[in-house]
Design a protein around this ligand. Structure first.
Ligand code: ZN
Length: 873
C-alpha cells in the first residue's frame, strides 16, 4: 500500500475556514468542527467528499446546520465519506477523542498532565475529520475550553481574541490565526505552565511579544532559548530580509515528544531538551543544540509556513532549506569551521550509512508507506547539502536573489522542490536542470580525482571523474561543485586556471557536469598537493591517491580549516584501518610515528582554537571506520581504536597533562566562545589521560566530577569514569543519580553515557538499566537515551558476537511498537546495516528482523522498515 509521488492529484474539495471548539476533559475530549468546504472548479458535481479521520468517535455530522441522514455518509476506520455534498457548504462534525490514552504522541495527547498536540505529518486526522494534506490551506478560529484550576493556560495558533469564564469552574480562550495554513501546523496547549517572556522589535518597528512556556519548576532554564530566538529573528531580517508576521510568538516545552520540535504557526511545541538549559544541567553542546533548533523552527515561519509543501514528497523543500538556514545561522553565531566539521561528521556517520543501506532514498522520495519514516537524515541533512551546493554555484548574492523571488512568487502557496529550483534559476538567469537530478539521485556518488604535474610547462592538470554510488550502477550525470586549492612547498598557491585571465584567491569551485573533465592550472612552480572538496563542497565520497605524507602536509598547511581537519581524519582513518588489519592478523600493534608527530603538532599549533584541536584529535568513530570496510570488523576496529587512544595518550602524556593544567577554569561557568574552546580542549585531554588507567590520572576525573560547577565538565568526567569502570565509576554514577534523579533531561544523560560506554560489561549494564525503576520505554527521550544510544551509537556492544545486543533491542522494539510505533521504527533501524557484517552477525540480526516481522499486529511504521531491511538487496 505505498503512496507514489507520481500519483499526486490535487484534492477534489478544499477547505477555506475552520472553526474548532475543544471541550477538554479527563475521560474524553469533544471536538466540534465547522469547515467551510468548497468543491474545486474542475471536480465533477456529485463527487464524494472523503475526509481523513483516525481513532475518532463520530457523534454528529451536519451540512449547513442540518443533520445528515445516515445513508448520506460512511464513517470508516480511516475516513468519513459524504455522498454528493454540494458545491459550497459548511460541514459540522462532533467527535470524541481520548488524549489521555494517546501514547503515540501524534494528534492531541497529554504530557506531564498537560494537553498538547503534534500534527505533522498526519496527526490532525486523529483530532477531527479533515482533508489532512498540506495543499489544503485554511484560516482557523479555535476555542479551547477546560477546567480552570488544572489548566489555567490555554493556547492555540495566532492571536488570543477572547477569554472568559464558564460554568463548573471551567474557562475558555478563543484564538484566531489570520494566516491560512495547512492543518499540520495546527497546535493547541492547555495546562499549568509558567511563562518566561521577552520581546523583539522588528526592523519595521513592530513589537512582538515572545513567550516561552514551561512547567513551573523549569522557569529558571529559559533564558538561553529566549536569547536564541531573538538572535534568530534579527538574523533572518539581516540575512534574508524576512520579518516575523504575528504580534506574538510562543514556544512550549514538553517532556514527551517524538522528535526535536515543531514549527506550528505562532505556537512552536518543543521537546524540552531543546529549550531548557542552566549551566549545571546542560552542556555546551546542549546550548548549541537549543540555539540551532530554536532558530530552525523560527526560520520555518517563512520556509515551511508562509510557503509550504504541496505534498509530503516535497518535505525537503522546507526541511533541507530550513536546516541549511539554521546552519548558516549557527556558523554566523560561532565558528564556521567548527560548525561545518560537526555537520560533515554527522552526515558521513549517519547519512552515508543510510545511503548505503535498505533505507536509501532520494532527498525527494518517490514512495512511502508511513510518511513519518521519511523524516530522515537524507531528507534533512543531505537535503541541506543540496541547497548548499546551489548557494556555492550561485554565490551568496545570487542565492539571496533566488530566495527573494521564491518568496515573492509563492508566499501563501503550497509548492514543490521544482518551484524552488526554478526561482533560483530564474532570478539568476542560469540553468539548474542538470542540477535537479540531485533530487532524484539515490546513494552517495563517488568523485575520483587524479593530478598530473608537468614540470617543463609548469602546469598541473586535475582530472575529476564522477561515478555512481558504490554497489549501484548507471544513474544520470550530476552537476557537482568541487572546491579545490593547491598547496606548494611553501604553502597555498594562487590559482590560475587555463581558461581564466587573472588569478585571484587560493580556492576555485570547479564544476563537474561530465563523466570526466580535466582542469589545467598554469604557473605552478612545483608539484603541488591538491586540497579537494574544501568545506565539503558536495556530499560525495572522494577517491584520490594520496600518500600519508601528502595528508600530513595538508593537515599542517592547508589554509582551509575544514580541509586541515579532513586531511587529519583521513590519515587517522588509514592508521586505524591498518591497525585493525594487524589485530586480525595477530601482528604486534604499533601506532604510526608520523601520525603521532602530526597529532603532537596540532596540540601545540596556535592557529587552532581549542574546539578545532579537540575535533582534530578525536579519532574517527567505529561506525565511520566500519563504512570503509567490505565487512565491518567489529572487534578488530574496537581493539584498534582502543589501542590507538592509549598509545596516543602514552606518547603525548606530558603535553596532554600540561594542557589539562593550563586549561583549568578561572571562574564560574560562562557560555562564551573562548570558554567553550577551553572546556573542549581540557575534556579532550582528560579523556586521553584517563584512558591510561593510572590512579593519579583517574583522580583528575574524579576531582573534576566532584568540583565542577557545570554539566559540561561533570558529564565529560563521568563519561571517562564510566569507560574506565571500577569503584570510581560506581560511586560517580551513584552520586550523579542521587543528585539528578528528579530531573528527566539530566537523568537521560546518565542512561545514555552508560549505553555508549566502551567498557566490556556494557551490555549487562544496559540490560539492567532497562529494568531500572527510572527507565520508561514510553518516554521517547528516555527510550532514545538508553536504547537509541546503545543500538545506533555503540557499534561494538550492540553488535556483540553472541547476539545478545541484537536480542535486547529487538525485544524493546516489540514492546514499544503497540504504543509508539514512530519511536519503535527509529529504533528498529539499528538493524538496517545488517548486510555489512560477517555471517554470524548477519544471521543474528536477520533472525531478529524475522522475529519482528512475524509479530501479529505490527504497526505499518515498523513493518515498512523491517520489510525494506529484509527485501533482497
Ligand atoms: Zn524542520
Amino acid at each position: 500500500q505505498p503512496i507514489f509521488r507520481k500519483d499526486y492529484r490535487r484534492p477534489d474539495y478544499t477547505i477555506d475556514r475552520v472553526d474548532l471548539r475543544f471541550e477538554l476533559g479527563e475521560n474524553f475530549t469533544t471536538v466540534h468542527a465547522s469547515l467551510a468546504v468548497r468543491r474545486m472548479h474542475d471536480t465533477p458535481a456529485g463527487a464524494p467528499l472523503v475526509l481523513d479521520g483516525e481513532n475518532l468517535v463520530l457523534k454528529r455530522v451536519a451540512i449547513d446546520g442540518r443533520e445528515l441522514p445516515a445513508d448520506h455518509y460512511v464513517a470508516g476506520p480511516t475516513s468519513l465519506t459524504i455522498a454528493d455534498p454540494g458545491a459550497a457548504f459548511t460541514l459540522t462534525t462532533v467527535v470524541e477523542i481520548r488524549p489521555q490514552d494517546n501514547l503515540e504522541l501524534s494528534g492531541l495527547y497529554r504530557s506531564s498532565g498537560n494537553f498538547c498536540t503534534q500534527c505533522e505529518a498526519e496527526g490532525f486526522r486523529r483530532i477531527t475529520y479533515f482533508l489532512d494534506r498540506p495543499d489544503v490551506m485554511a484560516r482557523y478560529s479555535v476555542v479551547v475550553e477546560a477546567d480552570r484550576a488544572r489548566y489555567p493556560v490555554l493556547l492555540a495558533n495566532g492571536n488570543r481574541v477572547e477569554t472568559g469564564e464558564l460554568d463548573g469552574g471551567r474557562h475558555f480562550a478563543r484564538w484566531d490565526d489570520p494566516f491560512p495554513k495547512p492543518c499540520y501546523l495546527f497546535a493547541l496547549v492547555a495546562g499549568d505552565l509558567r511563562c518566561h517572556d521577552g520581546e523583539f522589535v522588528t526592523r519595521s518597528g513592530r513589537t512582538v511579544r515572545l513567550e516561552i512556556w514551561v512547567e513551573p519548576d523549569n522557569i529558571d532554564r529559559c533564558a538561553h532559548a529566549l536569547r536564541s530566538l531573538q538572535a534568530a529573528m534579527r538574523w533572518d531580517e539581516d540575512t534574508f530580509g524576512r520579518e516575523y508576521d504575528l504580534d506574538i510568538y510562543m514556544i512550549v516545552a514538553v517532556s514527551d515528544f517524538n522528535m526535536g520540535a515543531m514549527e506550528n504557526k505562532g505556537l512552536n511545541i518543543f521537546n524540552a531538551k531543546y529549550v531548557l538549559a542552566r549551566p549545571d544541567t546542560a552542556t555546551d553542546d546542549d546550548y548549541d543544540g537549543i540555539e540551532s533548533v530554536i532558530a530552525h523552527e523560527y526560520f520555518h515561519n517563512w520556509t515551511g509556513n508562509r510557503v509550504t509543501c504541496r505534498d509530503w514528497f516535497q518535505l525537503t523543500l522546507k526541511e533541507g532549506l530550513t536546516v541549511f538556514r539554521d546552519r548558516l545561522f549557527s556558523a554566523d553565531m560561532g565558528s564556521p569551521a567548527v560548525a561545518r566539521i560537526g555537520d560533515v561528521l554527522a552526515l558521513r556517520t549517519n547519512q552515508f550509512a543510510e545511503d548505503s543501506g535498505p533505507m536509501a532514498h532520494p532527498i525527494r522520495p518517490e514512495s512511502y508507506i508511513e510518511m513519518n519514516n521519511f523524516y530522515t537524515t537524507t531528507v534533512y541533512e543531505k537535503g541541506a547539502e543540496v541547497i548548499g551546493m546551489m548557494r556555492t554555484l550561485l554565490g551568496a548574492a545570487g542565492f539571496r536573489r533566488g530566495m527573494d523571488l521564491y518568496f515573492e512568487r509563492h508566499d501563501g502557496q503550497a509548492v514543490t522542490c521544482d518551484d524552488f529550483r526554478a526561482a533560483l534559476a530564474d532570478a539568476n538567469g542560469v540553468d539548474l536542470e542538470q542540477f535537479g537530478r540531485w533530487y532524484s539521485q539515490v546513494g552517495t556518488p563517488v568523485v575520483r580525482a587524479r593530478g598530473d604535474y608537468d614540470a617543463a610547462a609548469r602546469a598541473y592538470t586535475l582530472t575529476l571523474e564522477q561515478a555512481p554510488p558504490r554497489g549501484r550502477d548507471g544513474g544520470e550525470l550530476l552537476h557537482i561543485p568541487v572546491a579545490v586549492g593547491l598547496l606548494g612547498p611553501d604553502g597555498p598557491l594562487a590559482l590560475r586556471l587555463s581558461e581564466e585571465t587573472a588569478a585571484s584567491g587560493d580556492t576555485r569551485v570547479l564544476e563537474l557536469r561530465e563523466r570526466s573533465r580535466s582542469f589545467r592550472f598554469e604557473d605552478v612552480p612545483a608539484a603541488p598537493v591538491a586540497s579537494l572538496l574544501r568545506g565539503f563542497s558536495a556530499p560525495v565520497e572522494l577517491e584520490v591517491e594520496r600518500s600519508d605524507a601528502d595528508l600530513a602536509r595538508l593537515m599542517a598547511a592547508d589554509p582551509d580549516e575544514f580541509s586541515r581537519w579532513d586531511a587529519g581524519q583521513e590519515l587517522a582513518r588509514r592508521v586505524l584501518l591498518r591497525l585493525a588489519g594487524d589485530v586480525e592478523a595477530g601482528r604486534e600493534l604499533a601506532l604510526d610515528r608520523e601520525f603521532v608527530a602530526a597529532c603532537a603538532r596540532i596540540l601545540g599549533d596556535e592557529r587552532f582554537d581549542g574546539s578545532l584541536k579537540a575535533l582534530a584529535l578525536t579519532l574517527p568513530n567505529e561506525r565511520l571506520l566500519g563504512q570503509q570496510q567490505q565487512v565491518v570488523a567489529v572487534d578488530a576496529l574496537h581493539a584498534a581504536r582502543q589501542f590507538a587512544v592509549r598509545a596516543l595518550a602514552r606518547a603525548l602524556r606530558e603535553p596532554l597533562l600540561a594542557v589539562y593544567k593550563a586549561t583549568a577554569p578561572q571562574g564560574p561557568y560562562r557560555i562564551e566562545r573562548a570558554e567553550v574552546d577551553r572546556r573542549k580542549l581540557r575534556n579532550l585531554a582528560l579523556g586521553y589521560l584517563v584512558a591510561l588507567g593510572e590512579p593519579d590520572l583517574i583522580r583528575l576525573a574524579v576531582e573534576q566530577f566532584e568540583l565542577s560547577d557545570n554539566m559540561t565538565d561533570s558529564e565529560a568526567a563521568l563519561a571517562c569514569l564510566i569507560d574506565h569502570g571500577g569503584p570510581e565509576r560506581d560511586s560517580a554514577l551513584a552520586r550523579f543519580h542521587a543528585r539528578w534523579h528528579k530531573d528527566p533531561l539530566v537523568l537521560d544523560k546518565w542512561f545514555a553515557l552508560q549505553a555508549v560506554s566502551t567498557h566490556p560489561d556494557t551490555l549487562d549494564r544496559v540490560l539492567a538499566l532497562a529494568d531500572h525503576p527510572d527507565f520508561n520505554l514510553l518516554n521517547p527521550n528516555r527510550a532514545r537515551s538508553l536504547l537509541g544510544a546503545f543500538g545506533l551509537r555503540n557499534q561494538h556492544q550492540f553488535h556483540r558476537q553472541d547476539g545478545r545486543g541484537h536480542a535486547l533491542v529487538a525485544d524493546k522494539v516489540l514492546a514499544l511498537d503497540p504504543h509508539n510505533p514512530q519511536v519503535a521504527a527509529r529504533l528498529v533501524a539499528a538493524f538496517n546495516p545488517w548486510r555489512r557484517f560477517d555471517a554470524a552477525r548477519q544471521q543474528s540480526m536477520r533472525a531478529q528482523l524475522e522475529r519482528i516481522a512475524a509479530q501479529p499486529g505490527l504497526s505499518k511504521s515498523v513493518r515498512e522498515i523491517v520489510d525494506r531491511a529484509l527485501a533482497p538487496a
